[in-house]
Write a protein that binds this ligand. Sequence first.
Ligand SMILES: Cc1cc2nc3c(=O)[nH]c(=O)nc-3n(C[C@H](O)[C@H](O)[C@H](O)COP(=O)(O)O)c2cc1C
Length: 354
Amino acid sequence: MSLLFQSLKIKNVEFKNRIAVSPMCQYSSEDGYANDWHLVHLGSRAVGGAGLIMAEASAVSPEGRITPADLGIWKNEHIENLKRITTFIHQNGSVAGIQLAHAGRKASCSEPWNGGKQISEQVNGWRTLAPSAVPFRETDSLPVELSLEEITRIVQNFKDAALRSLNAGFKVLEIHAAHGYLINTFLSPLSNFRKDEYGGTFENRIRFLCRIIDEVNTVWAENYPLFVRISAIDWAEGGWTIEDSVNLSRILKEKNVDLIDCSSGGLVPYAKIETKPGYQVPFAEAVKTQTGIMSAAVGMITTAEQAETILKNGQADLIFMAREYLREPYFPLSAAHLLGDDVSWPVQYERAKL
Ligand SMILES: Cc1cc2nc3c(=O)[nH]c(=O)nc-3n(C[C@H](O)[C@H](O)[C@H](O)COP(=O)(O)O)c2cc1C
């Protein structure tokens, strides 16, 4: 059997294979609610045989949304619609996860198909939040520098959202600490200029994330996996480095985090990202081999052979895929055929089994 189709158990949760649907914002919610779009989008990937399906960046507070149409989990009323989705995913043999997010200074934008630009408070937008009053783009309005009280409130927002995630039936929780959103802006010296205990040294810049993890741990199920997505490097001079990522991963490992999902970039618009197939795999490899924590590789992984090679080389434990999954929701079914593995198909689809 291929490694890609070997099951993986993390804590008490078993994934039937190593293929994960990477979180993908759908910008299709009203007031944060999941709806039929999310059920079909995520549900069809469960039918398609993914081991793990990570629901998109879900805002822990209304001002933490990238756009007014983001999925949210800031109130108990959101739980019911999400529960319907997790139930369907689990009935179809995949594991449902959710990514908790706060967009920070990259909040208050229009949907990508409406231009993706920042929208002002006067239209439909809101004041954005950040560790320091420095905007992402020079043309963006200044974010509000968070006070200590507001930091504590947002930590509490993550904790409350984690409990709601559990009540909605999710079995994996991922904290979004990547792509230039709020937690990432605390981590990087290119966006955090604070003079208090949340800025300056490495220990101070990781404090906000560590507090979130500590609080989430008090409510998230002990036997369910906890992941963190990081931007392993900023791709900019003077920014966050792979050594920082390795050091952070070592600390998170001691805090009950099971896996580091290794993305990169997104913090500053002038980053020079060198994209090519599997370009972020070396980050997953560094984190895994230098700390012993599990890691996920993501980014321009599009074929079964490529995914299998990453696992064979011991570079990662899970393979996250995003855009290829938009083209091919049933990717694992054809990947199994290509690798010569016999996997079970939904009975309704068996007449088409390759
Ligand atoms: C439509 C779309 C939405 C995305 N939304 C998120 C998100 O909610 N959270 C996140 O961490 N990454 C998000 N990403 C990034 C992907 O999860 C993934 O890391 C990136 O696309 C690289 O993987 P790929 O080459 O397989 O597409 C998104 C990507 C796409 C294409």
